[in-house]
Ligand binder design. Structure first.
Ligand code: SF4
Ligand code: SF4
Length: 404
């Protein structure tokens, strides 16, 4: 396929957290608000005068200092963030909206705060760590609404004069929804028999919407959506199988590239920093408080593995199976960043259940934060692709024999 016109531009934006668009928005007087997890409702960090930056640590190498503070038995994502913070990579932030979701992230945030990684010149800077329940009932909605109001919206208003009114939240939701519609439209091309967008390209675009001020990439996203309407697929399919990737956070598109180079086209992204969930419109009614509705939406739509109520576990499994059907995938790859306890349980169980009860071929892998050079991962994916091909050949042969 011909290269997407703006792909290189988007790739460049992902090479550092404090990218050129973040700098541009701050030069215009807007606030950059860091966050790390779906449980911090992103849309509330995108009120007039602010924008969210979901934190990443691109091109991470050694994590020696973070390992000293956090030990090597902690998730590498959380450690990479601390290391980058200690290097001064997050001094551009005007606030940090953390969430109390797991031991690793708590320790990362706590160390960042204790070791003063923020810019001391930013007098309005504030840290917060939201308490996030593992339920999605109305008590949880009330609890999180109180948390975000007190720990995020109040300091934004008091320290920086940000308008946190109901009308302002509704405006932020409208802007958010526009990005979601575009990403949704672009993502639909992954359902084609021979998709006109690769999983890598889609992940680059999606990641840019997490890592940049959204309004500053809208024009190029719109152009990309237009370009895809007439993009011709490769005459000969370049992939040998299609897969859905499910799992813990992936903020490095090179991991998707590694999977695709091994023969498996990634047609659906059901992982943290992906689009499912995360890039679906939030629908508000006119009657109820907008913040509360936003909180409820995030709690209901999350597919996070911290939520262990039976209906949530079932929903995650059903969603993975449904994605395989909707995107015509041959199998699922369950991936887990090393030392993520939540995903280690989910991966171990789900990989068996998907095979035994849903009869969907499943590969289960753990991986480092930076996986681009992982030979072991490449070999595992290649072997999985081969097994999917053999399964397909056998199914064809069986169908032929039945027809005789
Ligand atoms: S798995 Fe859950 S807690 Fe962990 S980063 Fe994703 S949404 Fe947040
Ligand atoms: S990947 Fe797992 S251990 Fe790491 S921050 Fe997310 S939930 Fe925590």
């Amino acid at each position: 396929m011909k290269d997407l016109k703006h792909l290189y531009y988007f790739e460049n934006l992902l090479t550092e957290a404090n990218n050129e668009l973040v700098r541009k928005a701050q030069a215009e007087g807007r606030l950059a608000l860091g966050y790390t997890c779906y449980h911090m409702p992103e849309v509330l960090l995108n009120l007039d005068g602010c924008f969210s930056v979901r934190l990443r640590a691109p091109r991470t190498g050694s994590m020696d200092i973070a390992t000293y503070y956090m030990s090597n038995a902690t998730c590498e994502y959380a450690r990479a963030l601390l290391e980058r913070g200690l290097e001064g990579g997050y001094k551009f932030l005007d606030a940090m909206a953390g969430v109390d979701v797991c031991e690793c992230m708590n320790r990362s945030m706590e160390n960042m705060e204790l070791l003063d990684v923020a810019d001391k010149e930013k007098k309005g800077f504030f840290w917060c760590n939201l308490d996030s329940p593992c339920h999605d009932n109305e008590d949880a909605v009330d609890h999180v609404t109180e948390q975000v109001t007190r720990k995020v919206l109040k300091p934004l208003q008091e320290n920086y004069g940000i308008d946190v009114s109901d009308a302002a939240v509704r405006r932020a939701v409208e802007r958010h929804n526009e990005v979601c519609r575009l990403i949704g439209e672009i993502g639909e091309y992954r359902k084609l028999d021979n998709p006109t967008i690769t999983g890598y390209e889609f992940h680059v675009l999606t990641l840019a919407t997490y890592a940049c001020p959204k309004d500053l990439i809208l024009d190029k996203l719109r152009e990309t959506a237009e370009e895809l309407k007439t993009r011709e697929p490769d005459k000969k399919k370049r992939f040998r199988a299609k897969v859905v990737v499910v799992g813990s956070e992936i903020d490095d598109p090179e991991l998707i590239s590694l999977i695709e180079d091994s023969g498996a086209l990634v047609v659906a992204d059901r992982f943290c920093y992906g689009s499912i969930p995360g890039r679906q419109e939030i629908l508000l009614n006119d009657e109820e408080d907008a913040v509360k509705q936003v909180v409820r939406d995030y709690l209901r739509t999350t597919l996070c593995v911290r939520h262990v109520e039976p209906h949530k576990i079932q929903k995650r499994l059903d969603t993975a199976a449904q994605l395989c059907r909707d995107y015509h995938a041959d199998g699922v790859i369950y991936e887990q960043i090393k030392f993520c306890t939540y995903w280690s349980y989910e991966r171990a169980l789900a990989s068996h259940i998907m095979q035994d009860e849903y009869h969907i071929p499943t590969l289960s892998v753990d991986r480092p934060y930076m996986s681009r050079t992982s030979g072991q991962l490449r070999t595992r994916v290649q072997a999985f692709v081969e097994s999917l091909e053999i399964k397909r050949i056998k199914a064809k042969r069986a169908a032929r024999e039945e027809g005789r």
